[in-house]
Each structure stands twice: as structure tokens, then as C-alpha cells.
Ligand binder design. Structure first.
Ligand code: ADP
Ligand code: ZN
Length: 517
């Protein structure tokens, strides 16, 4: 336990150096542990104030805090912030030209903080440097990068362990915003931190309203969002081309719109980011390259035009909305093709990583398909025990209807199988509804037992059924977009399992019909 005076000192330093009146949430707990020399994994959501938990000890402890951080841009932001607070901080990276000077400052004990990238930290000469002047603390930022279960695995992080173990007396502080139970356990094991060193901050962001809906017309759906939601917002699109196109289209609404992706020149990226941070109404259309380390508390909405990579990614990206605590919206538009592509990509990664990738995608499928509270699904994913309903997500606000679509799903799977697992939904629809079509009769598919077994009034459900089956991997697509059986398809055909289909809430359905009329 930290000696009470130390905590008093910490509070004094908090206000004197950082200008904060009090600790937030678990900060005090983490700082106390670190000052007592106990290794810790702190899981704190974005915006919870992770940097302070090592910068404050760095300001208090004799000796340097070595911070391992994966992104040079992020490092430099933090460096600027630390220097602004009067801490002596420097970075050793490939782009910092004053390496000799930094090493000299470190050796002579002038640095509070030394930022270093993992690939450099794991090199022998860095270890030698530390041997001569051992650090006061190792802070490992974005610690989920050490885990293959994490959403952002970086092999370089695996090489850190020998460095840490070379200094057994130096406490380790691992930090991450997003880690499910698996990843958390893995980080502890990989970085050699005892299980009782885990400190978790609450993940709930009650002011964010989650809305997740199939994408029928992204542009129309996003325009509607822009129409009802003033204030600055971010729209994430999956590709650079998608970003450019969407930015141009959304600019036609008259709202100020800028684009951001890694393919733009560095100066333009910096200028666009600065303009967004300063603005009160701007929409930034961006790839996920945008947002890390950006301090803009009044973002009123974050929209995903396509499926995010994982629940962790989704949580982190939506977490950029409403940091000021005022109401904010997180809208996700997803399509069956997003899942088809993601499942195809899993087939391309190394085999030993496929199970974790698949589990990650299944978790995401569960989030988008659930008729229950989105927040509860999210928080359970992060190991919390939330109430069943939150009152501030789409499903809580307008309970969706649920239809048992098991029979229809079986009919569709059976048609996929009997036509040879090569046709897309359009063709299968014709077969199933018994449409008079030459292509069907030429192939003799009008002779199949599945021909015409779906009555007209059920036909409209075929598309949502196919979408749900694709999301959960029961249907997968070949390279031509033809459906093949996957996942639990055979079990479902044999009469096991079921498919409950979420149908749009009544309010939304009538408004859609009105618009169509
Ligand atoms: P994270 O890295 O967890 O996303 P940051 O370390 O960037 O969060 O901190 C988020 C914001 O909260 C920053 O603007 C920081 O200055 C502020 N902050 C951190 N700790 C406190 C505190 N105890 N009181 C008030 N503001 C704080
Ligand atoms: Zn809810």
C-alpha cells in the first residue's frame, strides 16, 4: 500500500503540475499502485485519462519513465502535452533527429519521460542504455498490441518481455482502452504482470446513443443523420476511395465536410484535422486512421458507413463522440457484403489466427443482430455486468419485432445446396418463389423440390434472412458472389438451431413506407 504521504504528494503534484483538482475514476488507484512499485494493467476507455497515470509518477519519481508507444504521431502529441506541463520529455524514434542529445539527457538523468517505439525498445543497445541508468517505470501504452486476441496485434510488442525481465525491480504499467477478457488475460501473461494487478475502469458511456441498422442507402441514411444532428461529427468509411466519394456527396448537403485518410498529403491531413478540432459544425469523413489522440470533446456523432473491424474498434471509434458528457449519437450502417468480405479475409490470414478472428467477427455479428440492448451487449463483451436495458439505444427506445424465420432460412439453405452452391440471392429468389424464368427452366431448376416453396408474402423476408445468415457465417459467398453453405448451415438444415429475425420497429417501418409512397 502506498504510504499516505505519497498520495498526498501525488494530489499536490496533480494540481501543481497538471492543474487538475482531483483524480478521475480509477486514476488514483493506478497511480497509487505505480508509486508503490506494483506492476499494473490499467484498462481505461478512451478519454479516461490514461496518460496521467504514468506522467504523474514520472513527475514525482526520481529517474525516467520509459514509455513504449506504437505510433510516432501519438507519441509526439503526448510529448507536446507533457512538455507543456513542464515535464522533461523526449522521444527516440526514426524521425527524431536529436537522438544523440536525447540519449545524453537520459544518461545524465534529466528526463522525466522517454518515449520509444517497441521495435527500438527491444534492441540490445537500448537495453544497454537502460542498464547504465535503470528507469523508474516502464509504461506500455496500447498494451493490447501484445495480444493476438487483441484487435491490433503488433509482433514487435512480443519482443518487449526480455527488456522488462532484465529489470525485475522496475514496475510495469500496461495501458489499454480496449481489452475483452481474453485479451486482458493475455496481456497480463505476455507482459508478466500478476493477475491482481488488473485495474478496470467502467466502460459505459451513457450519453452515447447507439443505433445499428442495415445499410439500404448509405447516402440517404447519412443525410438523414446530418439533418437531425447538428454539431461536429465523424463519418468512418472503410476505404480511401469511399472516403473521397462520400465526402463529396455529403458536402452537397451544404454542411462543411472534409476528408481524412492516410493517402492524403501530410500537410493536408494536419490542416484538415486542425480545422475539424476548431470547428463547431464540421463533418469529417475519414478512415479509421483519423481520431487517435485527437482531443475534441464536443463531437456530436460518429457514424460508420460500413462494418467496423471489431467490437473493440467500434467502441474506440464511437468513444470519440460526446466526451464532454452531452448527448451524442453513434450510428452504424452494416451490410451483408461487409460480413462476406470480412469472412473471406479471415480465410487469408495465417491459420493459427483464424479462430480468434472468427470469434471477433461473430461477436460483431451478435452486436448488429441482437434485438436486445446494444449497450448491454457491448459492456458484457468488456466483462461488465450491465442492466438488461439502457433506455438509450435503438433497441431499448423502439423494441424491434422478432420473427422466427427458421423455416424460411432452411428453405433458402436448401435451395443454395440443391442448385449447386453457386448462385446469388436474385436467382435463388426466382427458384424459391417459382418465377417463370428461362434461366431457371433451362437449368431444370423448376424440377427441384425447392421450386416455388416460398409464398409471395414471405419473399420479402428472403433478403433479410440471407443478410442474417451471412452475418453469422451460415452463408458464405464465393468470389463471384454466389452463396455457399458455411458455419452451422448443415446443422440448421438437419433441424437443429433456429434463426430469429429482427424486423424493423413499427415506427421506422411506417416512416419508410411513407417515404416510398
Ligand atoms: P486517454 O489516453 O485515456 O484517452 P488522455 O490521457 O488523453 O486520455 O486524457 C483525456 C483528457 O482528460 C485530456 O484532455 C486530459 O488532459 C484530461 N484529464 C486527464 N486526467 C484528468 C483529471 N484528473 N481531471 C481533469 N481532466 C483530466
Ligand atoms: Zn439499450
Amino acid at each position: 500500500m502506498p504510504i499516505p504521504e505519497t498520495l498526498e504528494d501525488a494530489r499536490a503534484t496533480l494540481s501543481r503540475v497538471f492543474g487538475f483538482a482531483s483524480f478521475r475514476g480509477v486514476q488514483e488507484q493506478v497511480v497509487s499502485r505505480v508509486l508503490a512499485g506494483r506492476s499494473t494493467l490499467a484498462v481505461m476507455p478512451t478519454g479516461a485519462g490514461k496518460s496521467l497515470t504514468y506522467q504523474l509518477p514520472a513527475a514525482m519519481l526520481p529517474g525516467t519513465c520509459v514509455v513504449i508507444s506504437p505510433l510516432i504521431a501519438l507519441m509526439h502529441d503526448q510529448l507536446r502535452a507533457a512538455n507543456a506541463n513542464g515535464l522533461a520529455a523526449a522521444a527516440l524514434t526514426s524521425v527524431d533527429m536529436d537522438r544523440e542529445l536525447t540519449i545524453e539527457r537520459f544518461r545524465s538523468g534529466q528526463l522525466d519521460l522517454l518515449y520509444v517505439a517497441p521495435e527500438r525498445a527491444s534492441q540490445p543497445h537500448f537495453r544497454e542504455l537502460l542498464t547504465r541508468s535503470p528507469p523508474a517505470l516502464f509504461a506500455i501504452d496500447e498494451a493490447h498490441c501484445v495480444s493476438e486476441w487483441g484487435h491490433d496485434f503488433r509482433p514487435d510488442y512480443r519482443l518487449l518481455r526480455p527488456l522488462l525481465d532484465a529489470f525485475p525491480e522496475v514496475p510495469r504499467l500496461a495501458l489499454t482502452a480496449t481489452a475483452d477478457r481474453h485479451t486482458r488475460a493475455d496481456i497480463l501473461a505476455q507482459l508478466g504482470i500478476r493477475e491482481d494487478g488488473l485495474v478496470i475502469a467502467g466502460f459505459d458511456r451513457p450519453n452515447i446513443r447507439y443505433r445499428i441498422t442495415p445499410r439500404d442507402n448509405a447516402l440517404r441514411q447519412l443525410r438523414a443523420l446530418l439533418g437531425e444532428q447538428p454539431g461536429p461529427g465523424i463519418v468512418y468509411a472503410p476505404t480511401r476511395n469511399g472516403v473521397e466519394k462520400l465526402a463529396a456527396q455529403l458536402a452537397e448537403t451544404g454542411r462543411r465536410v472534409l476528408a481524412y485518410h492516410a493517402g492524403l498529403p501530410a500537410e493536408l491531413r494536419t490542416a484538415n484535422q486542425a480545422a475539424f478540432v476548431a470547428s463547431e459544425d464540421m463533418v469529417m469523413v475519414a478512415t479509421v486512421a483519423f481520431g487517435m489522440g485527437i482531443d475534441k470533446p464536443d463531437v456530436r456523432f460518429v457514424a460508420h458507413a460500413g462494418l467496423p473491424k471489431s467490437i473493440e474498434g467500434y467502441y474506440q471509434e464511437t468513444g470519440r463522440a460526446g466526451r464532454d458528457g452531452d448527448d451524442a449519437v453513434a450510428l452504424m450502417l452494416w451490410g451483408a457484403d461487409d460480413f462476406a468480405r470480412a469472412r473471406m479475409r479471415i480465410g487469408e490470414v495465417e491459420e493459427h489466427r483464424q479462430p480468434s478472428e472468427r470469434a471477433r467477427l461473430d461477436a460483431l455479428a451478435n452486436l448488429v443482430e441482437t434485438p436486445t440492448c446494444r449497450r448491454a451487449v457491448l459492456l458484457r463483451h468488456f466483462g461488465e455486468h450491465p442492466p438488461e436495458t439502457c433506455g438509450n439505444c435503438d433497441n431499448c427506445l423502439h423494441a424491434p419485432g422478432v420473427t422466427d424465420a427458421t423455416q424460411l432460412a432452411r428453405k433458402l439453405l436448401s435451395a443454395v445446396y440443391r442448385t449447386g452452391q453457386m448462385f446469388g440471392l436474385g436467382y435463388l429468389e426466382k427458384v424459391l418463389t417459382g418465377a417463370a424464368d428461362e434461366r431457371v427452366t433451362d437449368r431444370g431448376h423448376d424440377q427441384l423440390s425447392v421450386f416455388g416453396i416460398v409464398p409471395g408474402e414471405e419473399a420479402a423476408l428472403l433478403r433479410p434472412v440471407a443478410r442474417a445468415l451471412q452475418a453469422r457465417g451460415t452463408l458464405v459467398t464465393n468470389e463471384h458472389g454466389g452463396f455457399m453453405l458455411g458455419g452451422d448451415a448443415r446443422a440448421l438444415l438437419k433441424g437443429e438451431g433456429r434463426l430469429d429475425l429482427v424486423v424493423a420497429p413499427k415506427a421506422e417501418r411506417t416512416s419508410r413506407r411513407r417515404r416510398a409512397a
